[in-house]
Design a protein around this ligand. Structure first.
Ligand code: SF4
Length: 419
């Protein structure tokens, strides 16, 4: 697939550094590796993301196995968790290869380094591991060591949130994780977009709609809830077309019966398709707040029965605010304050505040400029995909062999099926 080749190429030098670090690590003893991994964790000095009732703890592992493949690194086109720390990932990988229990020890150490040896859980405990149900990234030994035998908690947490790829969800995994939490478990599934072709041939997710729907059934059958993680903004597409994809995605995930929806406004990460395509003249990077405001307004108008299911990712909002300049920054602060990051927009007071901020935003020069830009774009999604694919092909290669393959692939994209 074209997009897999693109991502492999973007990550090529990182993969070489990773392979070198892995080779060097394999010659060390288990004890030496354990010590090195602990030092890495100490240097990383991760902090818990804490609010009154909710804490999010990032646990160190060998990274997302959809991204760290055996012969290349090539994950989702918008994602970059680990390019700056492949040395650490390689050392953890070498440790796992040598001794699964030693790996489990270090994984537990990373949790305890952040939360203390035997912590009191907050009401909602969110554990951040890319794909917690992947038994390579998070083997049974690590699960038992961290959460069962001599658990990191001094009492069982009430509510849990974890995330997994749809392809890793099994009935056994859901049952097992449910037992960690007393009241409820929500499993976040990265759906990203409702259209399967875009998800796989452009975002490189490698998850089918059938896998998604099956995972939702399994989660529900075993008494847990599903949070659909979706993207607002698609690398290489204009805001106008990305909004069309977004509303189609909302329709799809509501049809398949998810319980909650976490919207992540697209933030350009270092080793991503977006960062390759971005130029100084690229207006799409400057349109975040207008598009987010349009998306929230669209949700309130199109999906009014389900708006209480939507939440916006605070991390991505924060990053978007930091990137905004001038008048956009001013409106971003106000619109986001109205949205208040975690769904308060959907109380009637929050909605009124949002509508007020949105009306003011629409009167601003900033919004008018963005609106004119959006309205001037008459390209179809397919045309934009072709243009972006050609641009990325020309950045990465000096012939169009891969782009020719893309032209064949894109014939399967059915744009007319979008909402
Ligand atoms: S988005 Fe999720 S599945 Fe995709 S590469 Fe990132 S962590 Fe892995």
């Amino acid at each position: 697939m074209f997009i897999d080749k693109v991502m492999s190429e973007i990550w090529k030098s990182t993969y070489e550094a990773y392979t070198e670090a892995l080779g060097a690590s394999r010659s060390k003893s288990t004890e030496e590796l354990k010590e090195l991994c602990r030092n890495d964790i100490n240097k990383l000095a991760e902090k818990v993301f804490l609010s009154d009732l909710h804490s999010l703890t990032i646990v160190e592992t060998i990274g997302c196995q959809h991204q760290f493949k055996k012969n290349r690194i090539s994950g989702c086109t918008f994602c970059d968790w680990d390019s700056a720390r492949v040395g650490e990932v390689a050392r953890l990988r070498a440790l796992l290869e040598k001794d699964e229990q030693a790996y489990a020890d270090v994984v537990k150490y990373s949790f305890q380094k952040i939360r203390g040896a035997k912590c009191s859980p907050t009401l909602i405990e969110q554990i951040s591991i890319h794909d917690i149900m992947d038994t390579v990234q998070f083997p049974e030994a690590a699960f038992r060591h961290v959460f069962v035998e001599d658990s990191v908690y001094n009492t069982s947490p009430e509510i849990g949130i974890v995330s997994a790829r749809a392809s890793s969800v099994t009935a056994e995994q859901v049952k097992k994780w449910k037992q960690v939490f007393r009241k409820s478990l929500t499993i976040g599934i990265g759906i990203e977009v409702g259209n399967q072709w875009l998800r796989n041939n452009w975002l490189n997710k490698n998850i089918t709609n059938i896998q998604i729907q099956r995972s939702i059934e399994l989660i529900h059958e075993n008494g847990a809830k599903v949070c659909a993680n979706i993207l607002l903004g698609i690398p290489g597409l204009s805001n106008k077309n990305a909004l069309t994809v977004f509303f189609d995605t909302c329709r799809y995930i509501l049809e398949i019966g998810v319980d909650f929806i976490l919207v992540s406004p697209l933030i350009t990460k270092p080793k991503s398709l977006g960062s390759m395509l971005a130029t100084d003249a690229d207006e799409s990077d400057n349109c975040q707040s207008a598009m987010i405001a349009d998306a929230v307004y669209g949700i309130t108008q199109r999906f009014s029965q389900s708006i209480s299911k939507f939440t916006f990712s605070p991390d991505n909002f924060e990053a978007a605010i930091l990137k905004a300049q001038g008048e956009e920054r001013e409106f971003m602060d106000r619109v986001y304050k109205a949205i208040d990051n975690m769904g308060k927009v959907y109380t009637s007071k929050g909605l009124l505040e949002f509508y007020k901020a949105y009306e003011e935003l629409k009167e601003s020069d900033y919004y008018r400029k963005e609106e004119a830009l959006m309205n001037s774009n008459s390209s179809s999604i397919t045309e934009e995909l072709r243009e972006s694919a050609l641009r990325i092909n020309n950045i990465l290669w000096d012939n169009d062999e891969h782009f020719s393959d893309f032209l064949v692939e894109v014939e399967d994209f059915k744009e007319s099926e979008l909402l």
